[in-house]
Structure formats: C-alpha cells, structure tokens
Write a protein that binds this ligand. Sequence first.
Ligand code: BES
Ligand code: ZN
Length: 462
Amino acid sequence: MERILSFVESNKDRYLSELKDFLAIPSVSSQSEHNKDTRACAEWVASQMRTIGMNNVQIFETPGHPIVYCDWLAAAGKPTVLFYGHYDVQPVDPVNLWTSPPFEAAIRGENLYARGSADDKGQVYIHLKAIESYMKNSGNLPVNIKMIIEGEEEVGSANLDNFVKGKKDLLKADLVLISDSAMFARGVPSVCYGLRGLAYMEVEVTGSKSDLHSGSFGGSVHNPIQALSETISMLHDKNGRIAIKGFYNDVRPLSKAERTAYKKLPWNDKKYAKDLGAKQLYGEKGYTTLERLWARPTLECNGIWGGYTGEGAKTVLPAKAFAKISMRLVPDQSSDRAAKLFERQIKRIAPKTVDVKVRALHGGEPAITPIDSPGVQAAVAALEKGFGKKPLYQREGGSIPIVVQFKRILGLDTVLLGFGLPDENAHAPDEHINLDNFFGGIRTSIHFYNELPNYWKNGKKK
Ligand code: BES
Ligand code: ZN
C-alpha cells in the first residue's frame, strides 16, 4: 500500500496534466454540433483504459453516443466491481460568465476549473488513476473490475437500459460503484445512500395562429405567456407543496430515525442562504432544508420563453409560449406516473382560452441503496483512510437514472462514493473540483478496492 500511495504522490503533476487533456474534449451530449467531440472523448477514455492496463477495452455503439467498456478479471475468488461513470458533460452557456474557458482546465487556488471537472470526468479519472497506481506497483488488482463509461447521462441515459439488458453476462458483478456525487462538505466525507428521480416535461401554449400587434389585438385574446404563467403559478400551493392531484400518493414519508439523523448533521440555514446569495430560503412547509433537498419531491420551472426578448422594445402579442418544467421524485414515486399526473393537471387548470400541449422529455427513478451492504462498509473504511475522517451518511437531491436499473436488471446494489463538493458549480459556469478531494479521491479509491475483499468471502458477504 505504501508504495502505491507514494506513487500517487510522485505522479501528481502527470495525473493533472492528463486530466486536463480529458477535460479539453467538449463532449456535450445534448448538442449535436459536438457529436464528433463526444465520440473523440469515448475514444480517449478507451485509450486511457488500455494505457493503465485494463483488458477487453471496447466501444459499444448505441443509437446515441457510444458506451466504453473494459475489464480486468484476474483476481480469482475476489468480488467483481462494476464501475459506472459518464464522459459526457452539460452545455457551457452562459459561456461569458466563465472566468477561464470551460474546455481549457485552469488551476486557481485549491481548485481545478473546467466543464466536467467534478461532473463527472474528474471523478471517473480518479478511478482510472487509482487503478493505474495499483496496477503499476503490484502488477495486479485486489478485485475484479468492469467499467462502463457512458456518453448520455446528462441527457437521461436513454440507451443505457437496453445496453445493460442486452449485456447481462458481460456486466455480471457483485456490486456497482459510482463516483458522480458530492461529499457533504469540505473536509466532511460521506457515503450517499439516496438519489431523487426525475420527470422532465415541456409545455407549449398557443394563443393564436401567428404573432399579433399588441395594440391592434391586445385586449381581444389571452396572451399565451400570461396563460402559461397563470398555469405555472398554480402548480404550488401557499405552503410550497406541489398542487398536482395524486402527486403525493406514492411519496414514502421520512422515517423518524432519518429525521433525527439529519438534524444531527452539521448544517446552518443562514450560512447556506448566504453562500447561495439567496435573500431567503424557500420550500415546502414542515420540512427542514436537508429534508426538502433529499427526501421530498419538488417541481421547478427550468426555463420559460416566448415573445420578444431581443434588444429594445417590440410591441407584440406572441402566438406561443413555452416552459420546461421538471419534477424531482422520491421513493416510491415513478417518473411515468408523475409525468401522467402532471399532464392531467396542466390540462385541468390551463385556461380554456388557449391550446396546451404537454410532452414528457425524459425521466429516471428515485433510488435508496442499503447502507449495511459490504460495499458500503468497505467505502466507509476507505474514506476513513483516504480522508482521515469517519464519513457520514447522506442522501442527494440529484439523479443518476441507471442506479435503479442496475438493481432491476442485474440485481446489484450501488455504492455512491462521491468526491465532489456541493458548491462546485456542476452544470453552471466555473465548474471546478477541489484538488485535495481529487487526490483524496484517488487514495480512497485505492483503499476501497483494497478493502473490499475483507468485507466479502469467496464472493459472499462476510
Ligand atoms: N452527477 C449528477 C447527479 C448528481 C447531482 C448526484 C448532484 C448527486 C448530487 C448527474 O450527472 C446529473 O446531473 N444527472 C442529471 C440526471 C438527469 C439528466 C436525468 C440530473 O440530476 O439532473
Ligand atoms: Zn454526473
């Protein structure tokens, strides 16, 4: 172990400069102008896998972006880890708000800034380097590892289900490991055991067959922007609850034990609001901030547009207005059901003066993973060694749709071992990763792979 860990120390500069190459590839999965880059990124990942000594490296085509696979299966009698991550990233707009260009990684202070640095290229890279460090210094790995790194996580993992269903044998393993979430706070490592699900919707409101002069026609028809705003404003009640009929039917109430545990976590609402630059916190009455973030469903308008938004004034009564609205879901809600209830509610409450279309864009199911599994226990031990501190247990508000599918299709529980921080601007300008966490993540991952066999025996839980 000593040798492996000191190898990490002496290769820090090289690891960072290779990570910068990874981050330089603009693999924005949602924008077709980046399709070539996204493929190039898959190839970069594949060549890294070969370089660090993984076997059976393959790029699998999908109807969308490719999935990269590799394995190393020479640890006879030892457990098999299926590592999952994604090489795609979110768009960079508004690009003018970045301090340095999003695809030219720059170190400032204790952070490395670039799109994908935290979500998720940086965290995928942590594992590639943990594996390299292990392999180069002991000639083998302490466990069997299979890796799938996909290119469509940020757009809902539409083709991953079919891939997993079609490759059950190839993906056979004992547990899933994912590093695509955050630690609780700086210096506070954590194991995540819950993620919210998602149902993403688009609403289109039409008021007339074309744009109209707002002087000649204003007063005669319902402005679709106004109609849409009225509709959206009715989706929450005065207590901040989601006003969709039947929406809460399947929401699993927070247990007493969980509420008590959350209250013991180091949390300060005032500081949180100040850090966000928010005047005041807002949310469902009767729940603390952490409860609302992790264990209660929410509905957010992600975007709204229509009419004239260019320079100067234009007196127009627009023909159409649009909104993108998504719901974060908690156990035992289903994204299909939430989408149906949403559509029904919109049709019920939208003014009869306009035409309304509702489309479901994509979804993912909420997940709770067991914390008494051998994988989680190994993660706890590894975090303690990697960061010198006992981790705490937390849930997260974000979504990783494949987690539930790994359970349903492969029967596998997932360990969520995140090395990001909540304030690292994932999906926003100036995304970054803390360098101490990056290297702490490599150390922790090395310890995780090394510890795991101690928590299993002949492939069985100890
Ligand atoms: N890394 C995030 C998921 C995440 C965010 C986990 C915060 C824990 C905390 C992931 O890349 C992501 O952003 N997922 C999308 C999924 C969606 C597009 C289906 C999300 O949560 O919006
Ligand atoms: Zn991610």
